[in-house]
Each structure stands twice: as structure tokens, then as C-alpha cells.
Design a protein around this ligand. Structure first.
Ligand SMILES: C[S@@+](CC[C@H](N)C(=O)[O-])C[C@H]1O[C@@H](n2cnc3c(N)ncnc32)[C@H](O)[C@@H]1O
Length: 239
């Protein structure tokens, strides 16, 4: 009888381990565990994801380059860049003449990103830093992006505020929100579509749009409110 109880306890332990380490990818266990898991799996990340270049251009590179066409040499910050997926998609767009900064906590993911971005060295920089305290002054970037990573941050709402802080007025925010069945297995780390919209509305953002994207993610666009422009418009209306 006793060995059956031990067997049940063992199976429960394996299931909890699978849930926390494989499905939730360490999200409930803190940034050190998340980073460790990404360091371990960095060499096979691209193979597992098998990104399609045309799809990446269609949903990320092309629309972002188009959104940034008002600026000559825009600066883009990709938070939790991983193996440099967003920088690659953007730098493949011939009309993009700006700079991309990719930030991540996993040194091994950044090492793979560095290999991918070798041919765009003059336009790409990589930084080992945490998304929760971005090492940049206010309003430095014309766009801030964060794909497939919000769910790993200890306080995603605060990290979103941090992204908006470094975004210049009129600049673009492009993020993903995990919504598939796995999202329900990451309580406290994921939001429903309605919750995300409500959080974005609480920030100084406008032009908010959230659309289903890949199987497990929504893709959200928003623009930082340009208070100065708003004021000028208001004065114009009053005068
Ligand atoms: C699923 S990958 C996404 C990578 C890339 N954005 C993409 O779409 O392929 C999640 C990334 O978030 C990074 N990450 C997790 N927590 C982080 C934190 N607090 N600060 C910076 N990066 C973090 C991980 O190291 C990992 O590279």
C-alpha cells in the first residue's frame, strides 16, 4: 500500500515539475530560473520555433518599418529579444535605416542573436540587462517591442510602464499577450484580451489595437500619446 502512495506522490511531483518548468517555463519561479532555462535551450530555440521569414516580414518587419517611416533614423528597443527575431525581421526591410537595440537577460540567447545580426552590425546592438529596469533615459525610442515575453516578467504591468517610459511621444509599442490554453496554466502572469486592453488604456497610449496572431498569442499595437501635439491642437482650437 505504501509503495502506491509513493508512486502517486512521484507522479504528482513529475506533473508539477513539467507544469512549472516546461509549460510555464519557470515564470512562477523567478527571473533566475527563466534565464537558466533559456540559457540551456538557446542552441535549439530557433529550431523549435522555426520562424517563417515571409510571415515574420508580413506581421512584424514590414508593418513596423512602415509605422516608423515618419522618422529618418528611428531607434527601436526590442525587450527580451531572445535570438534577435524582431531585429532580424526589421533589418531585412530595406527602407529601415535606423538602429535596433536588443535586450535580454539570457547571455546564451544573445550569443545566438549576435550570430544572426553579424551582417547588420552597424545597425544592431545587444545588451545583457533586465526588462524590469531598462537602462535608458525617458523617451529614447521611436518604437519599443516585446514579443512572447511579458508572461515571464515578475510584474508585467510595471514592465509595460517601463517600456512606455522610454518610448517617445508618438512612438509605437508592439507587444504580444499569451492567450492560448497554456495561458490559463500561468496564473498571475497572463491577461485576457479584455484585461490587456484595459491595462493599455490605463497608460498614456492611443491607437490601441489587439488582434489574434499565432496560436498562443495576440499581437497588440499602440502609440504613445503625444501630449504636446494634443496641447498644440487644443491651443489651435481655442485661438
Ligand atoms: C520566448 S523568448 C522570446 C524571444 C523573442 N522575443 C522572440 O519572440 O523570439 C522569451 C525571452 O525573454 C527573456 N526574458 C525573460 N525574462 C526576462 C527579463 N526579466 N529581462 C529580459 N529578458 C527576459 C528570455 O531570456 C527569453 O530570451
Amino acid at each position: 500500500m505504501e509503495w502506491i502512495l509513493w508512486g502517486i506522490a512521484f507522479v504528482i511531483l513529475i506533473l508539477i515539475g513539467y507544469w512549472q518548468l516546461v509549460i510555464a517555463e519557470g515564470a512562477h519561479l523567478g527571473p533566475r530560473v527563466v534565464t537558466l532555462l533559456y540559457d540551456w535551450t538557446a542552441h535549439r530555440y530557433d529550431r523549435v520555433k522555426s520562424f517563417d521569414e515571409a510571415e515574420e516580414a508580413r506581421f512584424l518587419g514590414h508593418p513596423l518599418a512602415a509605422a516608423l517611416s515618419d522618422w529618418d533614423e528611428p531607434w527601436v528597443l526590442d525587450v527580451a529579444t531572445g535570438t534577435g527575431r524582431l531585429p532580424q525581421a526589421l533589418l531585412h526591410q530595406p527602407e529601415f535605416a535606423g538602429q535596433v537595440f536588443g535586450l535580454d537577460l539570457s547571455a546564451k540567447m544573445l550569443r545566438v542573436a549576435d550570430q544572426h545580426l553579424k551582417s547588420h552590425q552597424s545597425q544592431a546592438s545587444l545588451l545583457l540587462a533586465s526588462a524590469t529596469q531598462l537602462p535608458f533615459a525617458n523617451q529614447q525610442f521611436e518604437a519599443v517591442t516585446c514579443l512572447e515575453a511579458l508572461e515571464f516578467f515578475a510584474d508585467a504591468r510595471q514592465t509595460l510602464q517601463e517600456m512606455v517610459r522610454v518610448l517617445q511621444p508618438g512612438g509605437w509599442l508592439l507587444i504580444t499577450n499569451r492567450v492560448g490554453w497554456e495561458a490559463r496554466l500561468m496564473p498571475g502572469h497572463t491577461w485576457t484580451r479584455a484585461q490587456l486592453v484595459s491595462i493599455l488604456r490605463g497608460l498614456p497610449l492611443t491607437d490601441i489595437s489587439v488582434r489574434p496572431w499565432q496560436s498562443y498569442y495576440d499581437l497588440a499595437w499602440a502609440r504613445k500619446r503625444d501630449l504636446e501635439m494634443g496641447n498644440k491642437k487644443m491651443w489651435g482650437a481655442i485661438l
